[in-house]
Write a protein that binds this ligand. Structure first.
Ligand SMILES: Cc1cc2nc3c(=O)[nH]c(=O)nc-3n(C[C@H](O)[C@H](O)[C@H](O)COP(=O)(O)OP(=O)(O)OC[C@H]3O[C@@H](n4cnc5c(N)ncnc54)[C@H](O)[C@@H]3O)c2cc1C
Length: 403
């Protein structure tokens, strides 16, 4: 959509092809239906959140960055607001308002849109784009085009239309597609503990990923337990490291600090105080002051403390076990959920084969790439949409200038 707007601004005649019955289906469900449009962080911060070659985006970002997408949307009537961590959302909290605004701009710029139309082939001659083949309501057709911008997305959430078709077209034309894998994806864990806690959400946890017994990264925020393992924003952020390490046969563990506001000493003091003051009360009741009730039987099971034991009977050794567990509830990762539940696809068209100054293919003249199809992926926070907007905008402008 951004590519089409950008090209149409230069008075090009633009045709947008979408195989689903409506445009922007993924955007409609993004940010839990609220659409985290972009992030107000500096470019230097963006580079820290993007993999594997963020500097490929230098030119795209300098052409069209977060303030540009926000200006474009605001000029067209969409009010936005900034939240924690620089995340920008529509003021209405409705992703559909962002899609509607983009569609309004497309209409005003006279972009022709064909929905329910599937791109089936890119026609080239002597490595120069000539047109495309499409399938529309079971009718096959060919369309001549001077330039094509291929932005079919990744493979995640295929129900939105992103089924990875573009990778196939690009490979057929001699492009390298780097290893595709789900990223920002929930993790499967060994044992029954996560299942016992399913549905429980921890708002203020400090979660770390350990690879081969070394802590690699920690994140603070919200996470959830599910019947298969762990999910929620913090887990999705750490999943990139976890999935890559797991796929490379490394030992991967997730450690949850359930009491991040208290260091070991303070937590021990707190436990001691609670136990001293609670005398004959059962430990299972006293832990309610420290933990959500769903966690209590699990904590007692893991520390092997009898839930009916009176507080004045808890030994120093048992108190230590409690303290250690509250600071380090550990899960061994034994896999991840599929593309169906992955926010993003890591891997894609090799950036070495794309000119970063135009987004044009280095193999096929007048073929451009934009968005998630490119081997770029980012953490949560609005960075992934900004990659799509910036590369899309640059591709749109370049496709016209090169004509
Ligand atoms: C649940 C979820 C929540 C997300 N939330 C956020 C968020 O809040 N903020 C953020 O920055 N990122 C978010 N993302 C990531 C973000 O949605 C993607 O990075 C972004 O949509 C990529 O844009 P794109 O245009 O490259 O691809 P897509 O949005 O996937 O669009 C590709 C389009 O191409 C169409 N298509 C595919 N093949 C063909 C074909 N053969 N012929 C015709 N059309 C075809 C598809 O139907 C689709 O409409 C979220 C992702 C998911 C799954």
């Amino acid at each position: 959509m951004l590519s089409a707007i950008s090209a149409a601004e230069e008075d090009a005649s633009v045709l947008l092809i979408e195989k689903m019955s409506r445009e922007g289906r993924k955007m409609l469900i993004s940010g839990k239906g609220r659409c985290n449009i972009t992030n107000t962080a500096y470019q230097s911060e963006f580079y820290k959140k993007i993999y594997p070659k963020p500097k490929f985006l230098k030119y795209a970002f300098s052409t069209f960055f977060s303030k540009d997408i926000l200006n474009l949307l605001e000029e067209n009537g969409l009010k936005t607001k900034e939240e924690r961590g620089g995340r920008v959302f529509p003021e209405s909290d409705k992703a559909k308002d962002v899609v509607a605004t983009l569609l309004k701009i497309l209409k005003r710029k006279n972009v022709d849109i064909l929905t329910n139309t599937k791109l089936t082939e890119i026609i080239t001659e002597d490595n120069i784009v000539k047109g495309i083949k499409i399938n529309r309501e079971d009718k096959k057709d060919s369309i001549f085009a001077k330039s094509i911008i291929l932005c079919t997305g990744g493979k995640s959430y295929p129900a939105t239309g992103s089924t990875g078709d573009g990778f196939m077209f690009a490979e057929k034309l001699g492009h390298t597609v780097t290893e595709l894998r789900p990223a920002l994806v929930p993790l499967r864990t060994e044992g029954e503990i996560a299942e016992k806690l399913q549905g429980l959400s921890l708002k203020n946890s400090n979660v770390s990923v350990w690879v081969n017994h070394k802590k690699v990264r920690s994140e603070f925020g919200e996470m959830m337990f599910a019947h298969y393992g762990l999910t929620g924003p913090v887990i999705l952020t750490l999943s990139k490291i976890a999935v890559d390490a797991f796929d490379n046969n490394k030992n991967v563990e997730i450690s949850i600090d359930l009491k991040p506001a208290l260091d070991e000493q303070k937590l021990d003091n707190r436990l001691q105080r609670e136990l001293n003051e609670s005398g004959k009360k059962q430990i299972r009741n006293v832990l309610k002051t420290l933990l959500p009730s769903k966690l209590i039987p699990v904590v007692l099971e893991l520390t092997k403390i009898d839930q009916y034991k009176e507080c004045n009977q808890i030994s120093a050794k048992e108190r230590k076990k409690l303290r250690v567990l509250l600071k380090d509830l550990r899960f061994k990762v034994n896999g991840h959920r599929s593309y169906k539940e992955a926010i993003i696809t890591a891997g894609g068209i090799d950036t070495n084969e794309i000119d970063g100054k135009t987004m044009m293919s280095k193999r096929i003249k007048n073929l451009y790439f934009a968005g998630e199809i490119i081997d770029l992926d980012a953490e949560t926070g609005g960075y992934n949409f900004q990659i799509a907007f910036s590369t899309g905008w640059l591709a749109g402008k370049s496709a016209v200038m090169k004509e």
